[in-house]
Unconditional design. Structure first.
Length: 239
């Protein structure tokens, strides 16, 4: 077993051991692995506080696919000059989105579409370009469509996905919706417990903080949307 890749079951046992506060040496003993293997596994997958078996498994499969040569029969853009640099940037872009909370497959699709000149790919092209199953593309793309980050259109018998030109705006609006949830629930808690209590006062301050943050985010989002709507003849909107 030493030298072989960790299995998903082993990763689940590692996650359980971390959650129970066991030392890396104890976790390693229980799964029959060197302590260095357990230490590296946890360190490269978010550390003890963020380690999750399913995410670690996905990340390992992703890293394994990155070692394979990219296909050269997808599109001229994928096989042309600079293709490898583009793929390497896609990987970094995907990592960034995953680190900020987006599921892995959704992040891969979004970064893939962002970095194509056309901003679009058929489902089959994404399956080939990302080395994933059609079902994975379909499920993750549906999640992105639902949130307004990409569009979906039928081309005969094929599905084509296209990056929404205001994807950043829609993502920002989703963040504003999250702020609203904080405002509403912490405000309800403050009303319930009373501002005169320490807990009530803490909840009220939290509600006020997110109220201000939501207002500022909403104003910034609307300013950006109007800038995009009115720009003419330039590659980038004015600041």
């Amino acid at each position: 077993m030493p030298g072989e890749r960790l299995t998903y079951e082993e990763r689940e046992r590692i996650a359980a051991g971390v959650a129970q506060g066991h030392s890396y040496a104890e976790i390693a003993r229980r799964i029959g692995r060197p302590a260095s293997t357990v230490s590296r596994e946890i360190a490269r997958n978010g550390g003890a506080r963020r380690y999750r078996a399913n995410l670690a498994q996905q990340a390992t499969q992703w890293r394994s696919r990155r070692r394979k040569p990219y296909p050269t029969t997808e599109t001229p853009e994928d096989a042309g000059p600079g293709a490898m640099a583009r793929h390497e940037f896609e990987d970094r872009f995907t990592h960034m989105m995953v680190d900020t909370g987006m599921p892995v497959m959704q992040a891969k699709i979004l970064s893939h579409l962002f970095t194509t000149d056309s901003g679009s790919r058929t489902a089959a092209e994404m399956v080939a370009g990302l080395h994933v199953s059609p079902a994975s593309v379909s499920k993750a793309a549906a999640w992105l469509v639902e949130r307004g980050l990409i569009g979906r259109e039928q081309e005969g018998r094929r599905l084509r996905y296209r990056i929404d030109e205001q994807a950043s705006y829609h993502a920002w609006r989703a963040s504003i919706a999250a702020m609203t949830a904080w405002v509403d629930l912490t405000g309800q808690g403050a009303d319930l417990l009373g501002d005169a209590t320490p807990a009530g006062a803490r909840l009220r301050d939290t509600s006020r903080f997110f109220t201000h943050l939501r207002r500022d985010m909403d104003e910034a989002a609307e300013h950006w949307r109007q800038t995009l709507a009115t720009r003419t003849g330039t590659d980038r909107p004015a600041d």
